[in-house]
Design a protein around this ligand. Sequence first.
Ligand code: NAG
Ligand code: NAG
Ligand code: CU
Length: 386
Amino acid sequence: MKLSNVLVAALASTASAGKRPEEVNNLAAEGLHRLQLYISKNGYPSPKTCTLENVAVRREWSTLSKTEKLNYIGAVKCLAKLPAKTPAAIAAGAKSRYDDLVVTHIQQAFSIHGTANFLTWHRYYTWAFEQMLRKECGYKGYQPYYNWGWWADNPKSSPFFDGSATSMSGDGAYVAGRKSVCFPSSDMCFIQLQPGSGGGCVTSGPFKDWKVNMGPLATVVQPPPKANPQADGMGYNPRCLSRDISLQSANETRDDLVAALIKNQKDIESFQTVFGGEFAKGKMGAHVGGHNTIGGDAGSDFINSPADPAFFPHHAMVDRVYWTWQNLDLAKRKNAIAGGISGIGDGGPRGTLDDILTLGDYVGFKNITIRDAQSTIAGPFCYVYA
Ligand SMILES: *[C@@H]1O[C@H](CO)[C@@H](O)[C@H](O)[C@H]1NC(C)=O
Ligand SMILES: *[C@@H]1O[C@H](CO)[C@@H](O)[C@H](O)[C@H]1NC(C)=O
Ligand SMILES: [Cu+2]
């Protein structure tokens, strides 16, 4: 079996010709190679609907053409203009289809983070977003990802965060005189999160007029933005998109650290733990490091974080790292699961492959199980990463 031409082209376009660290990319390519070997031995999991000849290829932001970037940006803005399906009685702050997605993340925040379903739920969620862009907003491309490690020493130099018309907008306006804040919270002051280079509203690029409508819920920003009128945080509280690009946080997403995560963590439990952050050991991990790189009122609020549109390319990278890790030893890792069903306390009962992944009643996708979301070329999915 041969790689389809589109895949070869996408992989070639993703290589950075020695300009950037490539260890994570090399692992992704090795993973794709092993995925092919696995398929040639065992067959496709969904041969009628998804093969490497028709598979979608998700690419890194910087490798998209100018037109491709503008098409993605336009589709994201389109979703934020389409009317919400969530009833106002449930979330008065849900003003758009984009907000429907934010609502389900808010409602489920404590059962999708630090849990057995964390990686698969966010895989399903990011895919649903991609499908909404395509079906509801005429987007023809696929979900791009942001390769943190390429710009970990200076995210604002990336085409993703440079604030240009073809970026996802850049930093917030600089707010001087801020102190460090406790992370993850003042009760658990494990990490001193230093102020980044912004702190205020995003001032340039396509999302400078973007509105964050709900929350704040778990923001680490000090002083916090004005409180939400609803106790559940889903009342209408329109405000600017703020960001606070943080080198301290981006440092936790370095290529060598992410490569070490993929190579050294051999079982799903330790992979999830290191990926998700070991705060008590002073480590944010790459997932949280990526969120806090964006920072700001939404970006660093684990409950309301999808309100910042940089969320989805960030989570596509989270999914790519998971995908790579799975591909490197599919026999063992395709159906690997660990962790509880609740992100609170001891995590409650253990999660199982039969647990339901739901996007709630209004996003518009059916319930699936964790088992259905274990492979990106089976279940509802048909994509790989370049
Ligand atoms: C990044 O982390 C390394 C340790 O891994 C440390 O030596 C360095 O000072 C950190 N850089 C920043 C910008 O925080
Ligand atoms: C989807 O799953 C959720 C959570 O288990 C459940 O409350 C809901 O009723 C399910 N929806 C459907 C249509 O089965
Ligand atoms: Cu999340």
